[in-house]
Design a binder for this molecule. Sequence first.
Ligand SMILES: Cc1ncc(COP(=O)(O)O)c(C=O)c1O
Length: 381
Amino acid sequence: MSGTEAEPRVSGTEAEPIPLARPVLGEREEQLVLDVLRSGRLSLGPLLAKFERAFAERVGARFASAVSSGTAALHLAVRAVGVSDGDEVITSPFSFAASANVAVYERARPVFADIDPVTLNLDPEAAAAAVTERTTALLPVHIFGYPAEMEAFERLGIPIVEDACEALGAVYPDGRPVGGRGHPTAFGFYANKQITTGEGGMLTVGDPELKERVDSERNQGRAPDLDWLDHDRLGFNYRLSDIACALGLAQLERLESLLAGRARVAALYRQALAGIDGLQLPCPDRGGSRRGWFVFVVQLPRAADRDAVVRALAEHGIPSKPYFPAVHLMSYYRERFGYREGEFPVCEDVAARSLALPFFPEMSEGQVARVAERLRAAIED
Ligand SMILES: Cc1ncc(COP(=O)(O)O)c(C=O)c1O
């Protein structure tokens, strides 16, 4: 394991492959996880509430509930705002499939609306145009860690769930951290995220009754004042173990340095990729919004052959990934809901050109330069 202060392990030399993502784990993680193992309390122990409190404090939320994944957090969030059979949930087609899937879990219809070509987030005007009498929730996604336009969504007066699975550390234009607006907000801790617990997630809420409901539903519907096997509602096993919470606490302690590392790498990429004709870089922060850096995704020039670029990079030990494909064009969504090409042209154009490059906090200047040089050559060839 490498510590916070450690030199990057992967050098920028041509021979060594560069990973797409890589977590930073050190002695603190080892120590807290070992403490849990030695305590014998591997789940529903003291680390759960400790991790939740520390997380809530960091994002300025009243309450936080740790769960087994970002998807679990989103699922409990749509239930918390009352989504059920036949409802419509308006969300972004430019996302990870989970943000739409959770509406389907509750037998609701995910209704997509197009995205803003600059921020790549759900376009508030398109979302407003998609509202019907069946709309019960809006589910904006803070894509690639860039905050969605929450004030515009809030003006629509419809319950909101925020997908912040990629956005820990992001800041809304009014200076508040993402997660602190009081809407149920889901975070994810998969290994490529700003902080990781291996698998895991967190749901922040502003209302004590929702906190109680979420805690019960993640634990098989058990009420806090009932006996272990007494269940008064339908629930799930969405618990996060104390081992994972220990990892999460240690990661949270180093969050500021992890975010600074990602921002440093993003700035290096921005410099190194400047001036490539037609190449679109992630939008810079504007109007007080701050991105919580998660991935570095570029959009290739329209004339470029993306598959050929991916192959050319791979030949030099550089992984890259089309990221994201449009959700509405995935076969499940086409078949189940009848979505077709041409319905969300901005999303489809972005999805056809987007490419995630290697990105992690300890990436060296040499590695960034190598990726940039090879990408430039692959595009310009
Ligand atoms: C936008 C978005 N939503 C939801 C999720 C789901 O999170 P998890 O993989 O932890 O279930 C992810 C994770 O990759 C994501 O990127």
